[in-house]
Design a protein around this ligand. Structure first.
Ligand code: BDP
Length: 331
């Protein structure tokens, strides 16, 4: 893929050079590649398409691009590395797996760090989010907006989860981040980090008992067909970032950068609106599909079970204490 890109860029450079004599420099079309893990009909996917369309339209076609859906350009951790290197131009990434590349973003992967989704919006759009933005930029990633990914809850093929003890001995798939391994282990479960694309088959064949995700992902992947118990622990509210490669961004004119930032903001507004609608639609599909959904009115036992996750994280990353407190102690 890397080689391909170099070859494509090389060919483009030759073609562009031959037209330079007759065209002004700004008229060279740029061709972006956008990474997306989700299927085409998904709020993230619609947000990304709207972003690309607006950028193309407002730059008068100077910047074109294509969004590659359904993870066809590779796994999330690989795509994050490619973004940093400028091989990938933009994408929407969960700050969960982002934590391995940009450790500061791990703050939002701490269980129950946000009190609600509206609070997440407020913090991510404000000063705490800006602090994470700086950390991302230092690693070659420019955030343009934070998309909604709701709250993640456990699902499995064995039984409803009502207390942390119910997770004991359960094999649970987690996203690629040590924090999530610790989260499952703190409840006595066995965590298996695994790529998103492998989860359906792994539940079906019993490699794992279950996983955890928000309703739209649980539904759009058909995981609900093989894991019939959905327990609304809502233990993680992890924002997703519409992010650009800093290499690509720095190569733009100031006018183009403004266009990109505005399109990023507009697509974020759109995605957040679509998210609410999809969440409701997904819950209906899940219920109609015969899933046993159980609410957990009092989540304090789960919150207490997560204390060792915080302790371990802060012991290993004492410099993160202020940032964690900024999020955790917000109203
Ligand atoms: C989804 C996120 C996606 C993750 C996936 C997962 O949108 O970025 O890759 O969960 O669990 O909710 O891997």
């Amino acid at each position: 893929m890397k080689l391909n890109k170099i070859i494509t860029r090389g060919a483009f450079a030759i073609a562009a050079a031959s037209t330079l004599a007759v065209m002004p420099v700004t008229a060279q079309a740029k061709d972006w590649r956008g990474w997306n893990i989700h299927v085409e009909d998904y709020p993230v996917s619609h947000g990304m398409e709207a972003f690309m369309e607006e950028v193309t339209e407002k730059t008068g076609g100077e910047i074109k691009g294509k969004v590659f859906h359904a993870g066809v350009l590779g796994s999330q951790p690989d795509a994050i590395e490619q973004l940093r290197l400028g091989i990938m131009d933009f994408g929407v990434f969960s700050l969960g797996p982002m934590g391995q590349a940009v450790p500061a973003t791990n703050v939002v992967s701490l269980p129950f760090v946000f009190k609600s989704v509206p609070q997440m919006y407020e913090l991510m759009d404000g000063e705490p989010g800006a602090a994470l933005g700086e950390a991302l930029e230092e690693k070659g990633i420019v955030p343009l907006g934070y998309y909604d990914a709701g709250a993640r809850s456990f699902y499995n093929s064995v039984k409803p989860i009502n207390t942390p003890e119910d997770v004991q001995g359960m094999k649970v798939r987690v996203m690629n981040n040590d924090l999530f391994v610790g989260m499952i282990e703190s409840m006595g479960g066995n965590a298996t980090p695994m790529a998103f694309a492998e989860v359906y088959q792994s539940i079906k064949t019993g490699v794992v008992d279950g996983a955890e995700n928000n309703p739209p992902s649980y539904e759009s992947t058909s995981h609900f067909e093989v894991a019939k118990y959905y327990s609304l622990t809502q233990h993680l509210i992890i924002p997703e970032c519409l992010c650009m490669s800093k290499k690509t961004f720095d190569g733009l004119t100031p006018e183009q950068q403004e266009i990109v930032k505005t399109a990023g903001k507009n697509s974020t507004d759109l995605q957040r609106k679509l998210w609410g609608e999809r969440e409701a639609a997904s819950m209906k599909i899940i219920m109609d599909g015969g899933v046993e959904v159980n609410e957990i009115a009092d989540k304090s036992a789960f919150q207490e079970a997560m204390v060792p996750v915080y302790e371990k994280y802060l012991a290993a990353n004492p410099e993160m204490t202020d940032l964690v407190n900024l999020f955790r102690n917000a109203d």
